[in-house]
Design a protein around this ligand. Structure first.
Ligand SMILES: Nc1ncnc2c1ncn2[C@@H]1O[C@H](COP(=O)(O)OP(=O)(O)O)[C@@H](O)[C@H]1O
Ligand SMILES: CCCC(=O)OP(=O)(O)O
Length: 372
């Protein structure tokens, strides 16, 4: 009997590594195993950088595959979340040694997603198959107008939850019986970090790039007034690392309320905590301002507004967003961030010849949108 064909996927996050195996069926994919493997803080504290964590996470990922690969099945391809690489077009990229080297040694910023390609490649080599990334964090398809900031010294650019955003637009397209390539919508990815994006015919043509005018998130400050920030940088009171932490990791809900868990914030509000309510309301207010801003990018001519990510599991959040921006368009909710599923779907499109893949290095000019 022919062995079942499986796709292995891996999505490394700040404190966990999410792994999954999907069986390829004629009609699509079936998840046969999925685990969110948490890494205790004391384990990660032993490493000075994300890159140093590779061996540790590699062991955990190999153990996942050994535990879950059925005897009557074989891995036919692997996929990992793509990290903070150079600006790239959306789509699938085949992983090679050079991409692994770039992800580990020359990423544009430190982020756990930089381990996605090395981990997928490592499993692919064990099973002698090909590995891919899809819609990495550095997808940048802004048109020229979106790149202009108020200073030519600091042009705008994209860092975005491209994988989950494009995958949810595909889901909505299927639901509306439309082609993905024709979809125009605003997507609010609301997780530990947020991305609020305008998607025009499959391309993310603008987003809030997590550090710009972006709303604050459970752990990120988003946009803060720049002049006091510059003053703080030169005050001698803080190291660069301390300030980075204030913006990224220990900002947002955590800075005000000491927790990154929105469920806890909602429980405090239920118990009459007015301060928690003020901070929560401010977060919803900022999310909605950004949704409206991204709607204006599409001239409010859109198929709808998608809310996705862990926070979209909350009925209160969905209700409060609808109350403010429901008049702009239909709101569709896709709770959770389904990066592993999105990776497997992307690889399946490649295996079935429905999509072609690029090879690293991708010679892409974000200013013209051309691949040379
Ligand atoms: N049912 C829920 N109700 C409210 N908030 C939730 C719910 N489930 C998860 N969250 C919140 O979602 C955030 C994490 O989102 P998630 O997409 O899992 O994050 P990550 O960016 O780490 O993948 C946390 O603030 C968590 O408290
Ligand atoms: C938008 C860049 C990617 C990012 O910040 O991802 P996480 O929220 O998963 O850390």
């Amino acid at each position: 009997m022919e062995k079942a064909r499986l796709i292995f996927t891996v999505n490394p996050g700040a404190t966990s590594t999410k792994c999954a195996l999907y069986r390829v069926q004629e009609y699509g994919l079936v998840c046969v195993a999925s685990e969110n493997i948490e890494h205790p803080a004391q384990d990660l504290a032993a490493f000075n950088s994300i890159t140093e964590q590779l061996g540790y996470r590699e062991k955990v990922v190999k153990e996942f595959v050994e535990r879950n690969l059925p005897e009557n099945a074989r891995i036919v391809a692997c996929a990992g979340r793509g990290g903070m690489l150079t600006p790239l077009p959306s789509g699938v990229i085949k992983i090679n040694e050079e991409l692994v080297d770039f992800s580990l040694n020359r990423p544009v910023y430190q982020h756990a997603s930089n381990l996605g390609a090395p981990l997928a490649y490592s499993i692919a080599r064990l099973y002698n198959v090909e590995a891919f990334i899809a819609d990495p964090v550095s997808v940048d398809e802004f048109p020229p107008i979106a790149r202009i900031s108020g200073s030519p010294d600091f042009p705008r650019f994209s860092f975005v939850h491209a994988l989950n955003i494009r995958a949810t637009v595909r889901k909505l397209a299927a639901q509306l019986n439309k082609r993905f390539e024709d979809m125009r919508c605003v997507v609010a990815h609301l997780g530990g970090g947020f991305s609020i994006a305008a998607v025009d015919r499959g391309k993310i043509v603008d987003n809030d790039n997590r550090m710009e005018s972006a709303p604050f998130t459970p752990e990120r400050a988003g946009g803060v007034p720049p002049i006091p920030l510059i003053e703080a940088c030169f005050s001698g009171k803080y190291t660069k690392q301390q300030l980075m932490k204030k913006l990224y990791g220990e900002g947002g809900l955590y800075a005000y309320l000491g927790t990154k868990d929105l469920r806890e914030v909602l429980a405090r509000i239920k118990n009459g905590d007015d301060y928690a309510k003020l901070i929560y309301d401010a977060m919803i207010y900022q999310i909605c301002k950004e949704i409206a801003a991204m709607g204006s990018v599409l001239c409010f001519d859109m198929d709808g507004i998608i809310i996705t990510g862990g926070i979209a599991c909350s009925e209160e959040v969905v209700r409060d967003i609808k109350n403010r921006v429901g008049r702009l368009g239909n709101i569709y909710v896709f709770p959770g961030s389904n990066e592993n599923e999105a990776l497997a779907e992307s690889v399946l499109r490649v295996l079935q010849g429905r999509e072609s893949y690029m090879t690293w290095p991708v010679n892409y000019d974000p200013l013209t949108g051309r691949i040379n």
